[in-house]
Design a protein around this ligand. Sequence first.
Ligand code: GAR
Length: 209
Amino acid sequence: MLKIAVLVSGGGTNLQALIDAQNNGKLPGGVLSLVISSKKDAYALERAKKAGIPTKVLLRRDYATQQDYDEALLALLDQNQIGLIILAGFMTIISETVIRRYENQIINIHPSLIPSFCGPGYYGLKVHEAALRRGVKVTGATVHFVNEVCDGGPIILQKAVEILPGDTPETLQRRVMEQAEWQLLPKAAALFCQGRILVQDGQTIIKEE
Ligand code: GAR
């Protein structure tokens, strides 16, 4: 079984989607083994505890340098023999040191159709505010591998979601989560755990079952 660490900072609805998938036998080959939070009071920690998954709070401000923080994070991942890292609403930047150590083993969920509304400064509600401001008719979510370019790694899965008249950032965020994120993230995790995602020339190829 491939051990999975989920990194969170907030409500943890994407973590919940992963927990539900595991409970329904939809995460074959993988096991949720550790939840790391960048915030002490993240509700995601409660979800992990209820599901019996070990948790750890790792605060950047508790470490004098980025290198010290990286070492603490890497030690935690090593000790737990983690084979897949999932960023599920994790709001702390992962440094190149960690990315290089886990090349093509870190996946992130982003609440837009990359390359729209992504990159530095685009996270959480800000993404949906930008989509509404631009007046696009379709948005969605993307699961991708994490590389050294913010939101720039190989795309694994995407799903489109309609924007409706009268949408607010909040209603749009909820629809994108319900119709895209909570489906895509467990699906991508399962594909990874089954060894079905190949990376070639900056793109992914999904192997048939
Ligand atoms: C999700 O919408 C996720 O796509 C987004 O944060 C939210 C976390 O919600 N991530 C980003 O914006 C990353 N750039 P959750 O804590 O309920 O899963």
